[in-house]
Design a protein around this ligand. Structure first.
Ligand code: AMP
Ligand code: MG
Length: 426
């Protein structure tokens, strides 16, 4: 019976990582996947493209965990040394794998390209290692046993778009978690993390089973539910229902749902369309919406009206808005004129507008940095306008503004009077 994988270690390989030119996102993603299946990552290590450093790290990590996963260094160039380092760690020579060589040739032939001689090395493996198919690149991965304890090592290429499918298809089936783990993520927007915790109360005690915790990103609070052992599905469903009851309409989805994907889903269900008119967010709202595959069914388009001049010329905001005795660009009047102008010009069923002061400059005592007006004009209902007072730096204010606009549209579409619950500045 091979040993179970209770713990894992992750090795990231590349000069660009140790020199700070690239960010190691593979470790984060792999850790999340491992935790998801019930394996605890106990170490992350990052080493440069140096054969001895890679070999030493492999041996050290194999002594510290039940399974090791490395990424990077499997390319065809002289600085890609993971293959050689694995062979050194295993005390085995590298030899060409004829089947892999054939696949490599076919990969290039299929793209009408001649195979560079340098790529040959990618068909090599230590004698007792096996190759892992890579459907998205030329570098196959490697799977081997290390050290006297025979700790399993998986070597994957560096690019995240290759790592992710390879983990799913080539690594995950070989993992043997020590115990069954079931997880679920429930997403909400409009409440702070501490308010969520307050509402959840006893559910969040460390002894509660399933275990309930929160994380926050861009204003979206995620409640993570984790159950260990058999019977996970039922236990998680019960806790999820309790969470939804306590949080109410702030919950917008679960799992892979995002505020944008859920809002777009609601629009599509109703065959409604949306347009945007953005000032301080400079296109962020449009980007969030169009990030969602299939968004073209509901998103008509939008305007980035950053200057007063553009607000007037493109969207028809009255010039008087910006006069010395007018309400100004950051005002209820301006947000409404932007949303109404966009609604009319786009022909969409809904139009969201955002105008505010993202900072760090431009704030006044009456309109401090973080003041943002958002309007939602519609053919389906009365115009809605909200003033927000966001805290934090420029990027935060912009992010919160774009997501709050999405939340306004979601609340309006979902009904339930939730819009009133979206916190507004007094
Ligand atoms: P390599 O397989 O080492 O040639 O890596 C190819 C590319 O993958 C690098 O240039 C990076 O852009 C990316 N990459 C490598 N390692 C990582 C990592 N740990 N996290 C995210 N991207 C990475
Ligand atoms: Mg590299």
């Amino acid at each position: 019976m091979p040993r179970a994988h209770a713990t894992a270690a992750i090795l990231s390989i590349g000069d660009e990582l140790t020199l700070g030119q690239g960010l190691d996102t593979n470790s984060q993603w792999l850790s999340q996947q491992l935790v998801g299946v019930g394996i605890v990552p106990v170490q992350h290590a990052t080493v440069p493209d140096d054969l001895n450093a890679i070999r030493d790290a492999m041996l050290r990590l194999a002594a510290a965990a039940d399974v090791v996963i490395s990424t990077g260094g499997l390319g065809p160039t002289a600085d890609d040394l993971t293959r050689q380092a694995l062979a050194a760690a295993m005390n085995e020579p590298l030899a060409e794998d004829p089947a892999a060589m054939e696949q490599l040739r076919a990969w290039f032939a299929g793209r009408g390209r001649r195979m560079p001689e340098a790529n040959r090395v990618q068909a090599q493996r230590p004698h007792s290692a096996s190759l892992l198919q890579n459907a998205f690149g030329t570098a196959p991965g490697l799977r081997a046993l290390l050290g006297s304890a025979g700790v399993e090592v998986f070597c994957l290429p560096g690019p995240p778009r290759e790592v992710r499918p390879m983990f799913e298809t080539q690594v995950r089936p070989h993992l043997r978690p020590a115990r069954e783990v079931t997880t679920r993520a429930v997403h909400m927007f409009g409440l702070g993390e501490s308010e969520v915790a307050e509402r959840l109360g006893d559910l969040m005690t460390r002894t509660h089973s399933p275990l309930v915790g929160t994380t926050v990103s861009g204003g979206v609070v995620t409640v993570r539910i984790r159950h260990e052992g058999p019977g996970g599905a039922a236990a998680i469903a019960e806790t999820e229902n309790a969470v939804r009851d306590l949080i109410g309409p702030y919950v917008f989805g679960a799992g892979v749902d995002t505020l944008a994907s859920v809002t777009l889903g609601l629009l599509r269900e109703r065959s409604h369309t949306v347009a945007v008119v953005e000032s301080c967010t400079g296109g962020l709202l449009g980007a969030l919406l169009t990030d969602v595959p299939g968004s073209s069914a509901a998103v008509r388009g939008g305007w980035i009206t950053y200057s007063n001049d553009f607000k007037t010329r493109l969207i028809g905001v009255p010039e008087s808005t910006f006069a010395a005795d007018g309400p100004g660009a950051v005002s209820r009047e301006c947000a409404q004129a932007m949303a109404r102008g966009g609604l009319e010009r786009s022909g969409a069923g809904w139009c969201l507008s955002i105008t505010g002061i993202a900072g760090p400059d431009g704030g006044t005592p009456e309109k401090p940095v973080g003041t943002v007006w958002i309007a939602l004009a519609s053919r389906h209902r009365e115009i809605e306008t909200r003033r927000f007072a966001f805290a934090g730096e420029r990027a935060n204010v912009r992010d919160w503004a774009a997501r709050s606009a999405l939340a306004m549209l979601r609340f309006a579409l979902a009904g339930a009077g939730g819009l009133k619950m979206l916190r507004q500045a007094e």
